[in-house]
Design a protein around this ligand. Structure first.
Ligand code: ADP
Ligand code: MG
Length: 285
């Protein structure tokens, strides 16, 4: 089992988009048993896969979310039918991901989701309670269950407990970057943060690379970003050859839970398929 996180301390760089679509391509085109974990309290990745209505239905039915992984305290859930209810904390070994359909997946491929949860904001106030460790322990539970090949973790855009937890649980990390001068400077900062976390936890978290996202190839900033990453001692060789082109339809589709493989955007499709193939090579290298 391999686990990697999509990280960038900037929002709006395509972390969630890549997390969802890489996970989808791994399941459908590579026959991998994939688990996607949404650690962002804004749960965009979850929203890209599940409608608001279906999400609420699952919560009402008592389905687990990321909150069950991080929170070891009993919690209160509002139910439309039963009103407020006190729900005891769930043991990590009992936390079950949701099954997501993968139409036309090649044999063996499957996609599961640990859905995000807005209530993570409630937890965010209490740092230093050892919560950083819990996601990693859940990953170990998954390893013991033996039903997952690759874990993809989507993270929030802030250096938070959730991001630390995601990195601590990961073997590697992937950085989506928009080709803009300001975004590039943040990437060096990010590497510093990850290196520090690696050091603090005494484990190597390898940089799988940088993916340029939401790109306009014919703009100067695109070429400049390519130059920056390719001619830089730290980043040389890290940039993925494929990048995710800007297509308004990709954003629109997300509102209807349409994944890029099911879109009518051939370039975006080619891009996510190519990015995923490159990622697999790097993971398995
Ligand atoms: N290829 C694309 N073309 C146009 N818009 C995109 C593309 N990929 C993502 N977006 C949009 O850009 C915004 C940020 O993407 P998102 O994946 O949510 O980034 P992050 O998780 O880093 O905040 C979202 O509104 C999303 O719909
Ligand atoms: Mg996001």
């Amino acid at each position: 089992m391999r686990t990697f996180s999509l990280v960038n301390m900037k929002g709006g760089v395509g972390k969630s988009t890549l997390a969802v679509n890489i996970a989808d391509v791994l399941a459908r085109r590579h026959g991998k048993r994939v688990l996607l974990i949404d650690t962002d309290p804004q749960f965009n990745a979850t929203q890209m896969l599940i409608s608001g209505e279906a999400y609420v239905q699952r919560l009402d039915a008592g389905a687990n979310t990321i909150l069950d992984i991080f929170d070891d305290q009993p919690k209160i859930r509002m139910s439309a039918i039963a009103g407020p209810q006190v729900v005891p904390a769930v043991a990590l070994a009992q936390v079950l991901p949701w099954d997501i359909e993968v139409p036309g997946a090649i044999a063996g491929g499957s996609l599961k989701l640990i859905a995000g949860d807005l209530e993570l904001y409630r937890l965010e106030m209490n740092h230093g309670t050892g919560r950083e460790q819990r996601l990693r322990r859940f990953i170990e539970v998954c390893e013991d269950r033996g039903d997952i090949d690759i874990v993809v973790i989507d993270t929030p855009p802030t250096p938070s407990t959730w991001m630390t937890a995601a990195l601590f649980a990961s073997d590697g990390y992937l950085i989506p970057v928009r080709p803009e001068p300001i975004s590039r400077t943040g990437v060096d900062l990010l590497k510093g943060v990850v290196d520090r976390i690696s050091g603090n936890f005494g484990r190597q978290i390898s940089c799988l690379g940088v993916v340029l996202t939401i790109t306009d190839e014919h703009y100067n900033v695109f070429g400049q970003a390519v130059q920056f990453f390719d001619n830089n001692a730290v980043w040389a060789g890290k940039r993925f050859t494929r990048h995710l082109p800007r297509r308004t339809a990709v954003a629109e589709d997300q509102g209807e839970q349409i994944r890029i493989l099911d879109s009518d955007q051939p370039e975006a499709k080619t891009a996510v398929v190519g990015i995923t193939a490159e990622l697999l090579q790097r993971i398995e290298a």
